[in-house]
Each structure stands twice: as C-alpha cells, then as structure tokens.
Write a protein that binds this ligand. Structure first.
Ligand code: CO8
Length: 258
C-alpha cells in the first residue's frame, strides 16, 4: 500500500488497484485527492506491467461528491481560479481501461467520477445521483453531459432536477452502470472482472476504449472512420497474430501488449 492517506494503491498482477480512502467524509473528493488521483492514474497508465486500473471506494461509499467544505464559502472567481476541472481532464485522458467498483453512495462529483470510468461494477446497495440541486448548485464535472448521453434526456432531467438517488437496479436499467453484483461480493467481483479484462490484448483494449469514447464526442461517420483506422492498426501488432493463431490452434492466447 502507498503512504498517501486519502488514496491507497497496490498492484495485483497486471491490475492496479486504487482505493479512495476518506471514510470520515464518505470519500468526498477534495482538491488534493483529485490531484493525487490524476497523478496516480497517469503513473499506472505509463506502467507497461499494468493493463487495467481498478478504482474502488468502500462498501459504504464510492464517493459522496465533491468536498462541500472546499466550496461552501467560495466565490465565482475563487472557483474559476482553482481550475479544478484540469484534474478531471487528466483522468479523461487515461488510455487504459478503468474498472469502477462502486458500492454505497455515488453522488454528485462521485457519480461524475464513476462516469469517467469505463466498466462500472455496481453493488446492489448503491445509491447513485446528482444531488447538487439540493445545495443550490448543479453538476459541474460532466454530470449534465455524460449522464444525458448515458441515460437520455428525460431520465437525466429527473435525476438532476429532483436530486433523487437511483438504486443499482434503476441505474442498470438506464445503462448508467455495466453490471450489478451482490453487496457481499461487490469488491471481489470487480477484481475478478478487472483481471478478466487484463487477460485481453492490451493494444486492443486501448484502441477499443478510444473508439467507444469517440462515440460520445464525434458524429457517427467520423466515429466509424476512426474505428476503422484503429481496427486496421491492430493488424500491425503481434497480439493480433497471436490471438488469431491461438484460435486456429484451439489454445489460449498469450498476449504481450506488442
Ligand atoms: N462533502 C463533505 N463532507 C461530506 C460529504 C461531501 N460531499 N458527504 C458527506 N460528508 C460528511 C458529512 O458531513 C458527515 O461528516 P460528520 O460526520 O463530520 O458530520 C460524514 O460525511 C457522514 O455523512 P452523514 O452523517 O451525512 O451520513 P448519512 O448516512 O446520514 O448521509 C449522505 C449520507 C446522504 C451521502 C449525506 O452525507 C449527503 O447528502 N452528502 C452530500 C451529498 C452531496 O450533496 N453531494 C454533492 C456534493 S457537490 C458536488 O459534488 C459538485 C460536483 C462539482 C464538480 C466537482 C468539482 C471537484
């Protein structure tokens, strides 16, 4: 484990595990934590031994939002000067898959952080929402944009304007999370899923992630053009030769990330 108190990290084979660790405030995301989180994720993104990053909270809380104490007395210009969204942009640029292990509260900035992840494994006890409306603000780290792309306008309006929490079941129904798992196994299941993904070809993972994220930003025809290029690029990799040869020879492939 690292010595950063608000973040714990370790590696487990090709999987890097990062845990949010501010239990007294339900993992509220303060400025220092977000800066350190971005740095840690970038380091794992650069590390050739790591193929997947697992980001987890605790069973009680993934993260209950941005730290309200950081913002309570801030003025508009204080908020602009902090440029805190620069850290979120850094997280958006991580190229390796990020698996989120979400249990308990995923609220406000916590829900927005969850939406920065790629595969979202969600415990049955999760309570997910954008309750900023209850404290006189609105989502600011992508909550009106990514949520709307994930669940559609009518459901996004309901979540953001009412501030209500979704259950895990509702979140799955609306396509906001990838899988729901029993609360008693939330962490182990997420670790299993992270390892299963880490067994795939790393460059395929990276290209596929880029291409899926493009669907949020680009037109269909631009997205298709880029997808085709990323697909062709994989035929220059050893892992494509290995994957297809293994299929023909009826054996399991061994991928090297080359
Ligand atoms: N910030 C700071 N402290 C918090 C936060 C938070 N977001 N959430 C909980 N805490 C603290 C509580 O103050 C409490 O501290 P203490 O024990 O010292 O009183 C402790 O965590 C435990 O919380 P509760 O006693 O309230 O626990 P409950 O089980 O009764 O309730 C809830 C849990 C429902 C999660 C409740 O704590 C709550 O409503 N929290 C606030 C949720 C919220 O409004 N989140 C949105 C915050 S604003 C935001 O995220 C804007 C994002 C903008 C972009 C990101 C920029 C960085």
């Amino acid at each position: 484990m690292s010595d950063q108190p608000h973040l714990l990290s370790e590696t487990d084979g090709h999987v890097a595990i990062v845990r949010l660790n501010r239990p007294k405030v339900l993992n509220a995301l303060n400025l220092e934590l977000m800066n350190d989180l971005a740095t840690l994720l970038e380091n794992f993104d650069e590390n050739d031994d790591i193929r997947v990053i697992l980001l987890a909270g605790s069973e009680r809380a993934w993260a209950a939002g941005a730290d309200i104490g950081d913002m309570a007395t801030a003025t508009k210009s204080d908020m602009e000067d902090r440029d805190q969204f620069a850290q979120w942009e850094r997280i958006k640029r991580i190229r390796k898959p990020i698996v989120a292990a979400v249990s308990g509260f995923a609220l406000g900035g916590g829900c927005e952080l969850m939406m920065h992840c790629d595969v979202i494994v969600c415990s049955e006890n999760a309570k997910i929402g954008q309750p900023e409306i209850n404290i006189g603000v609105m989502p600011g780290a992508g909550g009106t944009q990514r949520l709307t792309r994930a669940v559609g306008k009518a459901v996004a309006m309901d979540i953001v304007l009412s501030g209500r929490f979704l259950s895990a079941k509702e979140a799955l129904l609306h396509g906001l999370v990838s899988r729901v798992v029993p609360t008693e196994h939330w962490y182990d299941e997420a670790v299993k899923i992270a390892h299963a993904i880490a067994a795939k070809a790393p460059i395929s993972l990276r290209n596929a992630k880029e291409s899926i994220l493009n669907a949020e930003e680009q037109s269909l025809s631009d997205g298709l053009k880029r997808e085709r290029q990323l697909f062709y690029d994989l035929f220059d990799t050893e892992d494509q030769k290995e994957g297809m040869a293994a299929f023909m020879e009826k054996r399991r492939p061994t991928f090297k990330g080359k």
